[in-house]
Design a protein around this ligand. Structure first.
Ligand SMILES: Nc1nc2c(c(=O)[nH]1)N[C@@H](CN(C=O)c1ccc(C(=O)N[C@@H](CCC(=O)O)C(=O)O)cc1)CN2
Length: 291
């Protein structure tokens, strides 16, 4: 069997076009969504992601505000910038690019963002709202995974889902979203016993471990849908957490790396910015952009 490739790049392009149309619909009301991205330090990958975020924000007709601070920035300076962005009515969404340089308190910085402007969905209030089924801002990467899964499978109800990885950015919110869609969810991690056997029971397998080709072909249940969140830079280029060549012989569908989940992350950031803008203006949530 050769798995269907779930083309995140094409899906994300389509999603951005829909967002652009909804942004254009807001213009007659004098509403232009604004997204502020804060980058501290010079991490090369983060610089690439922030550049792409700025470009795509402008492409869908939103206003992009970029704040680049040196790696030596102290906590107080960063918090002062966030306070200014919180108070700025032109800014509907605020994102602090992660990881932050050592010495800065990531949790304190994230929790300083107004929850309604927290387009990353990392603020403790949004985490709690998602976990309790309330209206939340939802983290972009898991939201993108959910969109791909729903598009491919339709209903996720009753399906066995295994999420490998328990990070706050991907693993935990992914598990919450799958639960919300009535999947039966197991979160696996470095201490999980017989991970291969567990994965072989998964109708949906989400790999978010950050280790190149960690998930092997014979871990996959025949016909399963495999979502690879990993982005690992190796001598052979960019690869995922799943051995794509081997897994695609057994899976029913699989996301590639690059071109799978990655592009969905930025498209969902724009979706969240539009959602934040709509909510702050007392408008209904935009069509098809929230879980
Ligand atoms: N504040 C945040 N920080 C980080 C997040 C996040 O969601 N919020 N996620 C990642 C990085 N990230 C966005 O910030 C991101 C990662 C990957 C891609 C992407 O399109 N990847 C491409 C490959 C691009 C490349 O060559 O590196 C792909 O997979 O096809 C977009 C955004 C950590 N930080």
């Amino acid at each position: 069997m050769t798995a269907q490739t779930l083309d995140g790049k094409a899906f994300a392009a389509h999603l951005r076009a829909r967002i652009a149309a909804q942004v254009a619909d807001l213009a007659p009301r004098g509403i232009v969504p604004g997204l502020a991205v804060v980058l501290v330090g010079e991490d090369p990958a983060s610089q690439v992601y922030v550049r792409s975020k700025g470009r795509m924000t402008r492409e869908v007709g939103m206003t992009s505000f970029e704040h680049r601070l040196p790696a030596t920035t102290d906590q107080q300076t960063l918090l002062a910038l966030i306070a200014r962005l919180n108070a700025d009515p032109a800014v509907n969404g605020i994102l602090v690019q992660l990881p932050l340089p050592k010495g800065l308190d990531e949790a304190a910085v994230i929790n300083a963002i107004l929850p309604e402007k927290d387009v990353d969905g990392f603020h403790i209030l949004n985490v709690g709202r998602l976990a309790t089924g309330q209206k939340a801002m939802v983290p972009c990467t898991p939201l993108g995974c959910l969109m791909l899964l729903r598009d491919h499978l339709g209903s996720l109800a009753g399906r066995n889902a295994v999420v490998i990885g328990r990070s706050n950015i991907v693993g935990k919110p992914m598990a919450q979203l799958l639960l919300r869609d009535s999947a039966t969810v197991t979160v696996a991690h470095s201490r999980t016993q017989d991970l291969a056997a567990l994965c072989r029971q998964a109708d949906i397998l989400v790999a978010a471990v950050g280790r190149a080709h960690f998930v092997q072909g014979d871990w996959i249940k025949p016909g399963a849908t495999v979502i690879d969140v990993g982005i690992n830079r190796t001598e052979a280029g960019l690869v995922g957490d799943v051995d794509f060549a081997a897994a695609s012989q057994i899976a029913g569908a699989i996301t590639p790396v690059p071109g799978g989940v990655g592009p969905m992350t930025i498209a969902c950031l724009l979706a969240n910015t539009l959602t934040a803008t709509a909510r702050s203006n007392g408008l209904p949530d935009p069509e098809g952009l929230t879980p």
